[in-house]
Design a protein around this ligand. Structure first.
Ligand code: HEM
Length: 197
């Protein structure tokens, strides 16, 4: 298990598989083309979430529960971030079809928060090499720290919107996943013992 977690390709393959499975599930479950596109958009966002949470919590997990598995997660944190970017690229394609073909009429204001998140996701992915880390110096840390909290915020805001919405099914999803996001932030920020790396 640890050897599998420690492979560079594991997070990327999981991101690809999760995104494609979410699209396939949406296509199979929808009654018509519009519903299929909507479900694909919704479920591809959900598919990327676990990968984001691994990248978001890798150093916290290692700090709190040091061991071979958490060390492997931390060593491959960059790849978990890239796996998330891959899964969310599939969300971008699915929601592009959804927004352009089936649900046009969104205002630019409604696109700005998610659109900026995509700019940040791709900036983080493009600069996730040692060479870029050296070249950008402290700006690399600012970009990646701001980015990870901004993505956390967009996920949490999306689920909070559902938690307080009118649709009972979406409300349950919003409450469950919104609570997961808040718990992840609490785990990350709660002071814990530090270990030498
Ligand atoms: C301009 C960019 C974006 C647009 C237009 C967009 C659009 C959509 C659409 C159409 C859905 C399906 C809505 C539904 O059927 O309920 C959706 C779901 C969702 N999106 Fe996006 N999205 C964008 C970016 C993002 C980003 C960057 C994130 C996260 C960082 C995100 C997180 C979510 C979440 C959490 C859901 C709900 C998934 C669930 O029900 O579990 N979106 N989005």
């Amino acid at each position: 298990m640890t050897a599998w977690l420690d492979r560079r390709a594991t997070p990327l393959l999981l991101g690809l598989a999760a995104g494609l499975l979410a699209v396939a599930a949406g296509l199979l479950a929808g009654a018509d083309a519009a519903e299929r596109a909507g479900l694909a958009a919704r479920w591809t966002a959900r598919a990327g979430l676990p990968l984001f949470l691994v990248a978001f919590l890798a150093s916290t997990l290692m700090r709190r529960w040091p061991g071979p598995a958490t060390r492997a997660l931390l060593r491959r944190r960059r790849q978990w971030g890239l796996g998330f970017a891959l899964a969310h690229t599939i969300h971008l394609v699915a929601l592009g079809i959804n927004v352009i073909v089936y649900a046009p009429g969104r205002t630019w204001q409604s696109l700005i928060g998610g659109g900026l998140a995509y700019v940040i996701i791709y900036l983080m992915a493009l600069t996730s090499t040692d060479a870029w880390q050296r070249r950008l110096g402290k700006w690399w840390r600012h970009l990646h720290r701001f980015g990870v909290y901004y993505i956390w915020f967009i996920f949490t805001a999306s689920y909070a919107g559902r938690a307080f919405g009118a649709d009972p099914e979406k409300r349950v999803v919003g409450i469950v996943f919104g609570s997961v996001m808040v718990a992840a932030l609490a785990l990350r920020l709660w002071p814990g013992r530090r270990v030498m790396r």
